[in-house]
Design a protein around this ligand. Structure first.
Ligand code: NAD
Length: 360
């Protein structure tokens, strides 16, 4: 049976980093004797240029028909690109929102892993960086405060704003199930992060997550208040395996996690729906400032491809192979421009992919 993967090169550095990741995926599929069909899909500015809209029905259908989607990134320079003269619903980012919605992606995965060779980019205390960390954030993506009813009105002569934070138990359960499933593929620990001393929604998250935990006796569940988690992530990130949390807490904590991990060019991400299907992409943007020069760091996209193989295709060893090859390349002193330091060898996008393939 052949796997079907949709590729969205996108804009800016997207086509360069996706081409690099595809080369690495091809090498890994070959190693495991798997067949794969790729379907290239236009999205974002690249789709606007051809079709006048950032995502066509056909492009969405191609993504839905695949086992998983690997995306570069979309968007251009907001000051100079003609895409931003269009009304907001026609701009590149609208395509990404429509794609996420159309694919029913409700769980966002953001790993923070510190490569020993990049310790210098970690802003934490030396002893914390020396200990290393490997955390996976599972953030609920389609509910909570960002999607609740909101309004501003004058009450007793004062401008008063209201935002509502709503979750139903089904929304919590499906996110919790994802976190436990992912923990099973990692070190078997989930930390639920909430504010249950204050919020009813958090108390629902606790109740439902405790129910889900009963189906995963092999996974250890702990619970932490969000304010404490924000501190613990900088004090002792090594204590975390999978962090499960609601939308807004996850938004804030995942940015904190990317900071402690160092370079944006190293951070993969995934968004999953109820099945094994997912959309995998680097955490960074389309970097128009360096597009077309062949110097972008492809590692975040290559690791995103590794996550795709692990979480959508159940090729767990493939992810380990890719991550180990990345570690070796860094240990051998090769760096793209964004992570370069004195004494290392500077390489471009395609060369970095080739060096990783050599070490698979
Ligand atoms: P950005 O992440 O594209 O760039 C920020 C800085 O990091 C730049 O200096 C860039 O050169 C550098 N950088 C980013 N990725 C890199 C890589 N792989 N290798 C080397 N250097 C890298 O953020 P931005 O400049 O704020 O946004 C540029 C465009 O990307 C905007 O149109 C924005 O909307 C879009 N964007 C898209 C996504 C997405 O597709 N999911 C996410 C974020 C931003």
């Amino acid at each position: 049976m052949a796997y079907n993967i949709a590729l969205i090169p996108g804009d800016g550095i997207g086509p360069e980093v996706v081409a690099a990741a595809k080369k690495v995926m091809d090498a890994v599929f070959k190693k495991y004797d798997k067949t794969v069909n790729y379907k290239e899909v236009l999205m974002g500015g690249a789709s606007i240029d051809v079709h006048g809209v950032p995502l066509t029905e056909e492009a969405l259908a191609d993504c839905k028909a695949s086992d998983a989607v690997l995306m570069g990134s979309i968007g251009g320079d907001a000051k100079t690109s003609p895409w931003y003269q269009l009304e907001p619903s026609k701009r590149p980012e609208a395509g990404l929102l429509a794609l996420r919605k159309g694919l029913g992606l409700f769980a966002n995965l953001r790993p923070a892993y510190l490569y020993p060779e990049l310790k210098a980019a970690c802003p934490l205390k030396e002893e914390v960086a020396d200990a290393g960390f490997d955390v996976m954030m599972v953030r609920e993506l389609t509910g909570g405060l960002y999607f609740g009813e909101r309004h501003t009105e004058v009450v007793d002569g004062l401008r008063t704003a209201v935002d509502t934070l709503t979750y139903n138990e089904e929304e919590v359960r499906r996110a919790a199930v994802k976190a436990f499933e992912i923990a099973r593929k990692r070190r078997g620990q989930v930390t639920l992060v909430d504010k249950a001393n204050v919020l009813d929604s958090s108390r629902l998250w606790r109740a439902v997550t405790n129910e889900v935990a009963k189906d995963y006796p092999d996974v250890e569940l702990s619970i932490m208040l969000v304010d404490n988690c924000a501190m613990q992530l900088v004090k002792n990130p090594a204590q975390f395996d999978v962090v499960l949390t609601e939308n807004m807490f996850g938004d804030i904590l995942s940015d904190e996690m990317s900071m402690i991990a160092g370079s944006i060019g190293m951070l993969p991400s995934a968004s999953l729906n109820e099945s094994k299907f997912g959309l995998y992409e680097p955490s960074g943007g389309s970097a128009p400032d360096i597009a077309g020069q062949g110097i972008a760091n492809p590692i975040a996209t290559i690791l995103s491809a590794g996550m795709l193989m692990k979480y959508s295709l159940d090729m767990d060893e493939a992810f380990d192979d890719i991550q180990n090859a990345v570690k070796k390349v860094l240990a051998d002193g090769f760096r793209t421009i964004d992570i370069f330091s004195e004494g290392c060898t500077k390489v471009g996008t395609a060369e970095m992919a080739d060096l990783i393939i050599e070490r698979l």
